[in-house]
Ligand binder design. Sequence first.
Ligand code: MV4
Length: 457
Amino acid sequence: MFKKVLIANRGEIAVRVIRACRELGVRTVAVYSEADRDSLHVQLADEQVCIGPHQPARSYLNIPAVISAAEVTNADAIHPGAGFLAENAQFAEACEDCRITFVGPSAENIRTMGDKVDARKAVVKSGVPLVPSSSSTRRRSRRNVQEVIETEEEALAIARDIGYPVMIKAAAGGGGRGMRAAHNDVSLVALFRTTRAEAEAAFGKPDVYIEKLIQHAKHIEFQVLADHHGNVVHLGERDCSIQRKHQKLVEETPSLLDDKCRDEMARHVIRATRSIGYRSVGTIEFLVEDDGSHYFLEMNTRIQVEHTITEMVTGLDLVKWQLRVAAGDELEFDQRDIRGRGHAIECRVNAEDPAQGFAPSPGTLTQYRVPGGPGIRVDSHAYLGYAVSPFYDSLLGKLCAYGDTRDEAIARMRRGLDEYVVEGVHTTIPFHRRVMDDPAFVAGNVHTDFLETSASV
Ligand code: MV4
């Protein structure tokens, strides 16, 4: 195991990683920006290094500053957390070059999955179904995924072939960034141009591809874990359909998929993970229609914020296992040993005002009391008197509820939301109360269009 790990992140996820390191007997180094001097991750770590001013580009995204901090503190590994440099192949390479272990998959895996066209090509080989696209039309052979679309004429021909509505996506996008729906020839041509221009500006790469727009589906992601000894397991799936502007707000596990569909997807997931030589924790995202049809969307090559609920139903500590496999340990269990038990739900408590379109609500916490009791877990970097910064994402804490049944998990979540006291900033707690009481949510009848179609939340 590593002797010392630098955590190249802030907030809740940095705290989560420090806790795992502490339990493993690993020393920790926190890096922080000038805006984060009073942050909990700085207080909990064994050592701390200020790496720059509040602007992310000058601190948490500043590769030389992070690597230098690891070198001066003699850290043997860097955990990137989630966000910032977590899916930056160049950063993973820089770590390798400096003989510091990057706690994550190979730079090559990160790079492949970061390009959504390359990702499709990589997983289709193992039989994973893709969203119907230009590649599945008669102009291409079956297993040959459509290359990037170059011209308006090509875009039009392909969109007509697939049939409207279609989705235009930037190859370098992902997580909902750089994608747009087109419903006819006129909007397709306009959106083809703007999506390319925006992709060029945002990612430095204009490449786009076209998929069929899948409406009224669930957003399901499978958790995988693989070591350096050829062992690959999946830890079940999470339903992350309740999102707003591609920010997840509520997640749960297991999903309400039927077992046949779940088993089929799990087989695809294991094969894809194995075939790319993946060795870390990761997540494979799908859209799933009510008839069980499912389509690969993308693979996330990091530990995700919502890993917590998977931990609650599997009893495994995913961050510890992520660290252990990065250090070369072999998994001590196989697929048959993994049995999800019960049901877990996560509500993301953000410093945002749901009454004002979820506008950020920075400020100082003048009251702060977290819920507890049976089946409740709160992962948070917040404390009474903590000042929520306007410079970073607004996640204050993750309220997770476990129950033997989904109904018990919902009841505990309602209780947890009622116990949670946060004053000084607006939070998403009132929104979550409405979701937990929403008849469609309680019935498990939620899709990615939930927030657009629900009258009660
Ligand atoms: C889609 C889609 C429908 N059709 N692609 C969003 C996040 C990223 N992983 C891909 N995403 C989607 N891709 C096709 N061809 C639906 C989503 C999607 C979504 C879209 C609108 C509103 C909420 C959404 C939540 C999850 C996924």
